[in-house]
Design a protein around this ligand. Sequence first.
Ligand code: CP
Ligand code: NVA
Length: 306
Amino acid sequence: KDIVMPQHFLTILDFSKQEAAALLDRAAAMKAVDYRSDLLDGKTCILVFEKASTRTRVSFEVAVRHLGGWPIFMTQNDSQLGRDEPIRDTARVLSRYADCLIVRTFGHHKLEELAAAGSIPVVNALSDEYHPCQIMADLLTMREHSGGLEGLTLAFVGDGNNIAHSLINAAARFPFRVVVAAPKGYQPDPAVVARAREEGADVAVVDDPAEAAKGADYLYTDVWASMGQESEQAIRARAFAGFQINDALVALAKPDVRVLHCLPAHRGEEITDSVMEGPHSVVWDEAENRLHVQKAILEWIFTKGK
Ligand code: CP
Ligand code: NVA
């Protein structure tokens, strides 16, 4: 049997432009028919989550079932990961039992180690640096609401975190502009911005939310303190004061601006209740699209090069 290199999905840059566009087409088609298949018949996908999750965990478990496979969910609390068995050792063992690893962890380098150490595909279900599955669902949502992505401007307001980084990566694969407004000290990693620009991304980084919001088609925000940064909550709340999506900021954007949030949201911090529940919010469509996109990602991983 030929040895086929596993197809990992660690960042959006793992897709070519053609693959990225095809993935959204496929996810939309799957959504239209509430797709089911037996592609993963007899196959097991292990979710290894070192951080909490509602959407990513459940949408992946459901997606695996919709494709005919079997998901197993593991956390550090109920496995030897919590007793310091290295994630790379865990991966090598799990590679012998299962067909795919879907991993939520801290440092992104851990995912790269897993991909290198194991022999089955690894999917990034969020790392400190990137959240590619989320951003593919966001792009599907934007396409649905705007008819396409060409020429759109998305303003991300808040922390230059994993969500911001994956949005910046997305701008290297899709024809839209990303403007990140973040306070100094919390701006996206310049290396991520530089790499995306080298690959053609239209990205700007500013420190004024109003400047970013002006004329935007989409406003996007995320929590000020990500998982793992809980002890910085107070200091971050001070740094991010003013970096809130509220009615005043929405009023600066295009009249038909749509508001995205990956969720979970902290109403009254990065976004107001009024915007979350208001007419511009598309956050529930966005959350639903996680499921459809996860199915398309799994299908891509299991069929690419086969
Ligand atoms: N947006 C997102 O990844 O949510 P969860 O943390 O609930 O998976
Ligand atoms: N930036 C957030 C995203 C949660 C989906 C975090 O990493 O906690």
